[in-house]
Ligand binder design. Structure first.
Ligand SMILES: Nc1ncnc2c1ncn2[C@@H]1O[C@H](COP(=O)(O)OP(=O)(O)OP(=O)(O)O)[C@@H](O)[C@H]1O
Length: 696
């Protein structure tokens, strides 16, 4: 009964979380009728149509994470689980063309159970030992009521007048006391064993999951990172894995123990007194039902409270990270009000939750004590009529309390399991996400034969997250080896997009980009970005660590000599040496704050250390003052010498000396030539020059 209620509750919970879709069967029918016109009646057991197999497989696999839960609930839940999952989504996924966006979901094809098993199997020894220890512990627990009953009977015997004289108190109680002491010691040992073994296995699994998820993030395409908020990705890496780990450990230890204990105690209750068991059996389901109802509404409140807490954190994060903007707009009162509103809401919900939990626990106490009273009341009568002895009454009481405790811990576990399974599914989803581009596969051009000839041939491109908007509409551009080509044009024309394509952050939808005649798609992206292309942008990003570590980021195995030479060529050596700790100066949050120009020069040194054949400069000097710009421009001149360079510029004054200037408009290259040629042409470039001259 309890298990049935548990499973019902579980299904309801999953429904609420939209893991189960109540209309899924209907939806399947509709989807299939509309899309395949093959299925009249959907009967899972008889369908043999090819399309349905993968769907069923997906449905099953996406529910395997719920499997752990099923064990502790019941077979009824298995039915629910097999019918779960938004099947409409599955059908649509079969049909949708393979956009990058759906890449993650497509991986529902990946066998979840096998995947999770891969993690479990590595920890099979500690896990099996933990299970054995938990079972032994539960068996010990079941013996305790009986042993307590023996003790009571012995005490009872001693208090009877005929035994009072001449009986040795200590001798009489020796056996039951020793029995109890050894049971308590064994119980402590098994508890120690399974908790430490589970902790060992759980921590190893969590650590491996974290490493795998982080690796997955590092290997994802740029568009994956475009589409997901940084905070959400970090959340999966931290709190989701934490939730999954805690619930895994708790469900396995506590769930196993409580379930075994419940069954064991029911058996011992029944063997002690079938009549009293009947009294208990009528009250417990009622208690569980009331508990489940209150528990469900508490969980709803708790979910809401979590959401508000997350909103408050996000707001605080945003404001602290963008403090300068808040200050610049004098919007401190506004932000304070916003934050106060969110936290007050969260506070109220948590207060309601507190009232609910208090009422729940109060009611539980009354109910549990009522049961004890009821059992004593009915049991006393049975003792009086000599159907049972006082010892049996005692063991009955202890057993029934054990059942209540196990059931209440199972009901708490149930919530934990739902949270853990959801968190685990979220973690697996991203670990399984397959990038379109594998970062190290494809050809490499030997360094000595690499010329650096880049050619765009009728390149069309749309960002995967905006498939309706064509950003590049047939770009043609020839960048000869060791030449400097500047891209200019109005904002939004697609200049930065061209640079992203050269770095292979994205691939063109049609047309081709070649390096020395080889399509970029055939080249190893890791080789391309790692040693062939250097990129310097407007806002250089420095990592926490020393200046030397930041320069070395360009080539981690570079000797110190090369690091310093790169810094010298980038006009950075002198200011670095002026710091008391020189190259060992820590930059970033807790270190020295560097000026924009200094950061830029360190970034140039970093690019220079890489010694790339192709250099991309995305408005590298636009954020600097005149003096910094002179120093940076001077450094850039060193870096550009002897390399193919693509400059993306807004300020036309910086690109006058470029070998070729290409003007972009609305996703196309519309003018190509030198500064003088384009000026004479009297087209867009000439207009832009006039516009800028007027502004200056
Ligand atoms: N990650 C992205 N996802 C979706 N659309 C994007 C993305 N980046 C740019 N776009 C869109 O592509 C178009 C071209 O942007 P791009 O940044 O290439 O232009 P730009 O010429 O470099 O502009 P600016 O000089 O202002 O930097 C714009 O309409 C922009 O909204």
């Amino acid at each position: 009964m309890t298990l049935f209620l548990g499973s019902r509750l579980w299904s309801k919970q999953v429904f609420q979380q939209k893991l189960l879709n109540p209309s899924s069967l209907q939806t399947v029918k509709q989807s299939f009728n509309q899309k395949y016109c093959k299925v009249q009646y959907l009967n899972f057991s008889s369908i043999k149509i090819l399309h349905i197999r993968p769907i069923l497989r997906r449905i099953f696999k996406s529910n395997v994470m719920k499997f752990g839960l099923l064990v502790s609930t019941s077979l009824a839940a298995v039915n629910a689980a097999l019918k779960s999952t938004d099947v409409k989504v599955m059908c649509e996924k079969l049909e949708t063309n393979h956009h990058h966006h759906s890449k993650v979901e497509e991986n529902a094809d990946f066998p979840f159970y096998e995947f999770f098993w891969n993690y479990l199997v590595k920890e099979i020894v500690p896990l099996s030992l933990a299970v054995v220890a938990a079972l032994v512990g539960a068996a010990m627990n079941m013996k305790i009521p009986e042993a307590l009953g023996d003790l009571i009977n012995s005490l009872n015997k001693l208090t009877h007048s005929e035994f009072r004289n001449g009986a040795d108190y200590f001798q009489e109680l020796k056996n039951p006391v020793w029995q109890l002491v050894s049971l308590y010691i064994c119980q402590a040992l098994t508890t120690f064993a399974y908790i430490s073994l589970l902790s060992h296995a759980g921590e190893n699994i969590a650590c491996k999951l974290r490493q795998d998820l982080f690796r997955s993030y590092l290997h994802q395409d740029v568009c994956f990172h475009d589409q997901h908020k940084t905070g959400a990705l970090i959340d999966r890496l931290t709190s989701d894995i934490q939730d999954f780990k805690s619930s895994f450990k708790l469900c396995l230890s506590q769930g196993l123990k409580s379930t075994t204990q419940t069954f064991g105690c029911i058996y011992s209750l029944y063997s002690t007194s079938p009549k009293l068991t009947l009294v208990l059996a009528t009250t417990i389901p009622l208690l569980v039902l009331v508990g489940a109802l209150i528990g469900a509404s508490l969980r709803k409140l708790s979910k809401l409270a979590q959401k508000h807490a997350a909103d408050a954190t996000a707001k605080a994060n945003e404001v602290v990270a963008n403090f300068r903007t808040v200050r610049a707009f004098a919007n401190e009162p506004l932000e304070e009000r916003n934050y106060n509103n969110i936290t007050t809401q969260s506070c109220h919900i948590n207060q309601y939750l507190g009232i609910g939990i208090g009422a729940f626990q109060g009611l539980t106490n009354v109910a549990l004590n009522g049961i004890v009273l009821g059992v004593i009341y009915a049991g006393g009568y049975l003792v009086m009529t000599e159907e049972i002895n006082p010892g049996q009454l005692m063991s009955f009481l202890v057993s029934s309390q054990m059942i209540q405790r196990s059931l209440s811990s199972l009901s708490i576990l149930f919530g934990t399991a739902v949270r853990g399974v959801t968190a685990g599914a979220r973690v697996f989803e991203y670990i399984l996400a397959e990038p379109d581009h594998h970062i190290s596969s494809g050809r490499k051009i030997p360094y000595h034969s690499l010329l650096g000839h880049l050619k765009f041939d009728n390149v069309h491109f749309k960002y995967p997250q905006r498939p309706d908007h064509e950003v590049l509409k047939g770009v043609n551009l020839d960048i000869k080896p060791c030449r400097t080509v500047a891209l200019c044009g109005l904002s939004g024309a697609g200049k930065s997009t061209v640079a992203s394509l050269v770095e292979r952050f994205y691939d063109p939808v049609s047309g081709s980009i070649t390096l020395d005649g080889i399509d970029l798609k055939d080249l190893d992206p890791s080789w391309l970005r790692g040693s062939t292309i250097g990129f310097i942008n407007q806002e250089p990003v420095l990592f926490s660590g020393t200046i030397e570590e930041n320069i070395r980021y360009g080539r981690p195995d570079a000797p110190q000599r090369d690091v310093e030479e790169a810094a010298r060529l980038a006009n950075a050596d002198s200011f670095i040496r002026a710091f008391p700790r020189g190259y060992g100066t820590v930059v970033g949050e807790r270190g020295v704050a560097l000026s924009g120009g200094q950061k830029q020069r360190i970034a140039i040194a970093r690019a220079l250390l890489k010694n790339p054949t192709i250099l991309i400069l995305d408005e590298a000097t636009s954020a600097l003052d005149a003096e910094s710009e002179r120093l940076v421009q001077d450094a850039l001149d060193h870096v550009m010498a002897g390399r193919t360079t693509l400059i993306i510029a807004h300020r036309l004054s910086t690109i006058r000396n470029a070998d070729v200037i290409a003007v972009m408009k609305d996703g196309k290259v519309v003018e190509v030539g030198s500064h003088h040629q384009l000026k004479k042409l009297n087209g867009i470039y000439a207009e832009l020059i006039k516009l800028q001259d007027n502004n200056e």
